[in-house]
Design a protein around this ligand. Sequence first.
Ligand SMILES: [Zn+2]
Length: 507
Amino acid sequence: MQLIFSLLLTLVMILSGTPQATPELNYDPDSLVSIKPALRQEIAAAMPAGMTAYDIDVTIPPADNNAFAEIAGQQTVAYTNVTGEAISQLPFRLYANSLTASAPPMTITSAQVNDAEVPVALSENNSVATVELGTDLAPGDVIVVDMTFSLEVGIDDPTHYGILNYDSASHTAVLAHWYPVVAGRDPVDGWMLDPVSINGDPIFTDAGLYTVTVTIDAGLELITSGVETDRSENNGQQTVTFAASPSRDFSIVTSETLVPTTSEVSGTTITSWAAPHAVDASTKVAEWTGNTLNIFNPLLGEYPWVQIQTVQAPIYSAAAVELPQMFVLGTAFFNQQLGFASYFEFTVAHEAIHMWFYSLVGNNQYQHAFIDEGITNYLSADIYFRMMYGDDVGDSTRQRFLYTDFQRMIEANADVIVDFPTDSFPTASAYVNAVYTKAPLGFAAIHEAMGSDAFFGGLHQYIADFRFRVATPADMEAALQAQTDINVREMWSHWFERREGGLDIRE
Ligand SMILES: [Zn+2]
């Protein structure tokens, strides 16, 4: 099969995928302060009923390079039973507790329902905390769980790529999965209670409503998934409230050293945070992030949030990691020469595209990581460069970032089934080959067969239908199939469910 081809890409300005009539709003549009004002009505109607509401207070004490002090939090979680059956237990994930360490970094110190203490049972290396509700919660009913928790954040800790870590060199703390979160629900398999993944992204959640109040030294920058709604200062401490509704989850970065570079695209403020000496690179990051929004807003549906932030921080065993309405870029990027169509630019586009395929539409990375990683890597390695710089550049970045590794994999007789549980791959490199190399080329082949109008029309509809929800591979396949007469099932199966990659090597 010829893999390099010239795409006649037309901007698919169809907004027909967006629900038009809004007979009933699930939420108050005025409360969605992290959403662009012009979209609040539409988003309020599109959000699924019964999203979990988190109201969290967290104190982050001063850090020193010998011991990042313990974080103390209190949260009120209003959970609506969306399981369709009565439940008497509610599982939370403590993704910080991924290791078999004798002292888990995160502890739930108390849990109450209706002011009464309730038991919490830990399992899966303390990464699942099952709360006994003390009652049968009928479908559609709401229960409020109050909880206190503590978390010991490591220093220069490479676990989970460094996204729960205090970096002693830059005095920057990246805090993903820093609070107990209601377990994500797979639309087919239900609660996702597997051990914390080793190969892929560790966090799988349903989108929720977040109000988070952080107390920390007044001199520190606070970079979060939300927008600031309140602030006070007292005794050298700042107490800042952020709102993020809806949001896939909620991440916090604190820093003494990073400085911002800002720009704006279509009502979204882009803030790139980097070390003061890296302002040139930081300006490029903001520019590339803006390019990504400009290209994919029309193709996939408008990025709805008022902000997107990028953060320079040490990342271990990965180049960068997506978080809700923000992403972390490895420090090494900022110390390099800024080349044309670089791996750095590709990585920025990749993480920015994750805001559609991960933040907006969730998927179970434990079972089907290729759904977000595969499509994201195709759109960033190929389409981003093709749209920015023309077909010749898009052809060459596809070759460089995708096809070369694919060819190497096939020649090494290491073909893999793509749609496979993340930690069931025999090696980490098999996982990487599957989701970052073979899967993107599968989406490229489907795109080529369908044509751009149908392909992007399908993705646009998929985003519109499943935003703030969790989608399955079958949902994405059906969204594409609905736009075309070609047999998507056959191509999907060939690329993602079988080991037939040898048929796709160019002679
Ligand atoms: Zn990714």
